[in-house]
Design a protein around this ligand. Structure first.
Ligand SMILES: C[S@@+](CC[C@H](N)C(=O)[O-])C[C@H]1O[C@@H](n2cnc3c(N)ncnc32)[C@H](O)[C@@H]1O
Length: 302
């Protein structure tokens, strides 16, 4: 086969750039016009959010705290775990053009159901984290699951991360607000990008646990996410991941992960979540689509 000429390569690059730029403008246009698009559209895979929660936590708005800055503080408690009582800061849903076309912004839109279920799972299994070091990847603007570990367990260390600077800044505010609730656990937040090794090379083999929610749908980062988990985990470390099936995205992630880890996939991991899922399948047909809303649990070990 003939190798491409300089002008072919330039042309391909230009076409690719044009495609990328068109895609970004589409995201921006959708956000500005709040346009509803079809579910086969990849932009919409993340933007549609008809079903928002399994109701595992009770939330209570804190209007006094929320008045300044356009963000919203909410108190999170859980009827099934008396230990958790944290104040979480949510960003306002209006984003600047720079934020919309910059680094992925899905973690600043809302707290996704997979994060809620991961947090619930971590609280229920808090004893697993005693004296352990845990890192949350792609925790978005709340990192609720990592925060739940920090509050409900005797973990040695919890590191909350995301690649989005705005998310991490928000998580730092959440940490400052709840700092009296972490006991002896050392808790911090920082920017960590799966595709930029320099953002985590100091953490090689540092963690007993990695957790992550709803981070498997990025086609360009799935391999990077597996690599990052591989770098961060100790030899006997465990990664616990919750994400919806979302077309082929979860299976594709598992395929990459099997090259490095033993992969277990579990659909019926918790009786209460399963019961709520069954109820939604019957009563919430208009709102609830198992494929994009039900978090599947994946466990990676070596
Ligand atoms: C759908 S959000 C999930 C956020 C949160 N876990 C939740 O479920 O509410 C996906 C998250 O992945 C993060 N992300 C995407 N690509 C990333 C990358 N290359 N490195 C680090 N984080 C990334 C985004 O910033 C975003 O917060």
């Amino acid at each position: 086969m003939e190798s491409p000429t300089y002008s072919d390569t330039t042309m391909n690059k230009r076409t690719l750039d044009e495609k990328k730029s068109k895609h970004r403008w589409k995201i921006l246009k959708n956000a500005i016009l709040q346009k509803q698009c079809t579910e086969s559209d990849p932009v919409n895979l993340v933007s549609i959010r008809r079903f928002s929660t399994f109701g595992l936590f009770s939330t209570n708005q804190l209007p006094g705290k929320s008045a300044q800055g356009g963000h919203r503080w909410e108190e999170y408690t859980c009827p099934h775990h008396s230990q958790i009582n944290v104040n979480i800061r949510h960003l306002s849903n209006s984003f600047s053009a720079g934020e919309l076309i910059g680094f992925n912004n899905t973690g600043n839109v809302c707290l996704w159901p997979s994060e809620e279920v991961l947090a619930f799972h971590c609280m229920k299994n808090a004893e697993l984290f005693k004296n352990q070091r845990l890192c949350e990847l792609g925790g978005g603007m709340t990192c609720l699951a990592g925060i739940a570990v920090a509050v409900c367990s005797d973990a040695a260390e919890v590191l909350l991360t995301d690649g989005n600077q705005t998310s991490v800044q928000n998580v730092k505010e959440v940490l400052a607000e709840n700092s009296s609730k972490f006991g002896h656990t050392s808790v911090a937040a920082r920017e960590l990008k799966w595709n930029q090794r320099q953002t985590f090379e100091d953490l090689n083999g540092h963690f007993d646990h990695v957790i992550s929610a709803d981070c498997l749908f990025f086609d360009q980062f799935r391999r990077d996410l597996v690599d990052t988990i591989d770098v961060l985990l100790k030899a006997k470390g465990v990664a616990t991941i919750f994400a919806p099936q979302r077309g082929k995205t979860l299976d594709d992630f598992c395929e990459f992960a099997r090259l490095r880890f033993t992969v277990e996939v579990d659909h019926k991991y918790d009786q209460l979540v399963w019961q709520k899922h069954q109820e939604m399948l019957i009563q919430g047909k208009e709102l609830y689509d198992e494929n994009i809303h039900y978090p599947v649990m994946i466990t990676l070990t070596r």
